[in-house]
Design a protein around this ligand. Structure first.
Ligand code: ZN
Ligand code: ZN
Length: 410
């Protein structure tokens, strides 16, 4: 096996999930990745893990289940299935998941079966889910190459070569190379993200002005008391971990009614498998009032996306990613948000994360009043470019360069 996989396993165990001596690790892994799972288990025990609990999965078998299993099973949960996850979370286990699947592998299944299943499973594992979503327990998702995924990313390239290209792309994004120490590389990377989060939060910008030569000229106001989030998280037990790997973005929420101007997208946008190469949105007092796309069918698709509910036509996320980040430099579409959202400065229309002081404990009405958008959707679209400039205006009127020529000014 390529020696980079050893380094990758060490990185996921010691930085991503950061399993502690005496702690239980739950490993969710596709059966096709058994060789890599063995490396992870070995590393986990050498880091002092108490026990590794394996949860194997297989996309092809899941697909068969959704296609052919008896209909009533999608409305039931066996108590022990939920109990297993809730108990492990309560015991303070850490949850590592390996994502390695065919982006089109679930095409053609009856989507309502998936929806029904999550409707019964969600409440049953509420204890586990809440501990995970609030970062009380350590959790981490990271990817491994998969042949169908490689073919989709590199169409027309022979299978083996496509797999090599995807493997190289994943390792480049994960800062793993034959001659570096990825653990040290991530220590520096996390340090940089944290320093920027802190600096931006301290500036407490009233607004950000985006401009570039493509025709973006957009002012985004930020809510009172907002903070910048991203990078690594700290569990209830005080352990630092990286929930999503790779990660390049730091983000906050825009003020729902404070977005004005025009923004032009800079990377392909995927609407249910249809790739829209470029589009522009025009905003007035937060709402999208104009949609431009070269192909009228693309414009219609976008108009339907932002009409899903009231909040879908307002912004919910402002995320900063340097133009010269490893994923951006590759200039490929991964068809996987784990990677693609880290490729460029992006905005999202739809729901925002509660990134204002006290936001996590607010009711929906309080969040709206604080300027945070609400919606059933959240869709990232890329707006970063080589010449993107972002200037922040502080509450006392000072102008501070945030992005110069596509990269952080500090
Ligand atoms: Zn984001
Ligand atoms: Zn997002």
């Amino acid at each position: 096996m390529d020696p980079r996989f050893d380094k990758y396993a060490k990185l996921l165990i010691n930085v991503g999930i950061h399993v502690q001596p005496g702690q239980t690790l739950v490993l969710n892994c596709p059966v096709d990745q058994a060789a890599f799972a063995r490396l992870l288990v070995r590393e986990a025990y050498s880091a002092g893990a108490r026990e590794v609990v394996m949860r194997w999965n297989d996309q092809a078998i899941s697909r068969e289940t959704y296609l052919h299993a008896a209909d009533e099973i999608f409305d039931q949960v066996r108590p022990w299935q939920a109990d297993m996850l809730n108990t492990l979370a309560r015991e303070g286990a850490a949850f590592l998941s390996i994502d390695s699947s065919d982006p089109d592998g679930m095409n053609g299944i009856d989507h309502s079966r998936q929806v029904r299943q999550s409707r019964v499973f969600g409440p049953a594992v509420r204890e586990y889910r809440e501990m995970q979503m609030s970062d009380k327990v350590q959790w981490c998702i990271a990817a491994m190459p998969q042949p169908e995924w490689a073919k989709k990313m590199f169409p027309g390239v022979p299978g083996d070569e496509a797999m090599e290209k995807l493997t190289d792309a994943i390792f480049a994004a994960m800062r793993v190379s034959a001659d570096n120490d990825p653990v040290e590389a991530w220590r520096l990377h996390n340090g940089e993200l944290n320093a920027r989060k802190k600096k931006l939060t301290e500036y407490d910008f009233r607004s950000l002005r985006y401009s570039n030569s493509l025709g973006t000229d957009l002012v985004i106001e930020l809510p009172q008391g907002h903070y910048w989030d991203g990078g690594n998280s700290t569990s209830a037990g005080g352990v630092q971990f990286n929930a999503n790997m790779p990660t390049e973005e730091i983000f906050t929420a825009p003020r729902r009614d404070g977005v004005n101007g025009r923004v032009v997208s800079t990377k392909p946008f995927d609407v249910g498998g249809v790739i829209i190469p470029r589009f522009a949105f025009t905003f007035k007092d937060g709402r999208i009032v104009g949609v431009e796309a070269e192909d009228p069918r693309h414009r219609e698709l976008l108009e339907a996306e932002i009409a899903l509910d009231e909040g879908a036509s307002y912004l919910g996320e402002v995320a900063l990613v340097p133009y010269d980040s490893p994923i951006s430099n590759m200039d490929v579409l991964f068809y996987d948000t784990l990677f693609d959202e880290n490729a460029s400065c992006h905005l999202a229309f739809g729901a925002s994360y509660p990134t204002v002081r006290g936001g996590a404990d607010m009711t929906e009405a309080e969040r709206l009043a604080a300027g945070l958008n609400q919606s059933i959707t959240h869709e990232d679209f890329m707006v970063g470019s080589r010449d993107l400039s972002i200037v922040g205006t502080t509450r006392d009127g000072r102008e501070i360069p945030v992005f110069v020529n596509g990269n952080f000014a500090f």
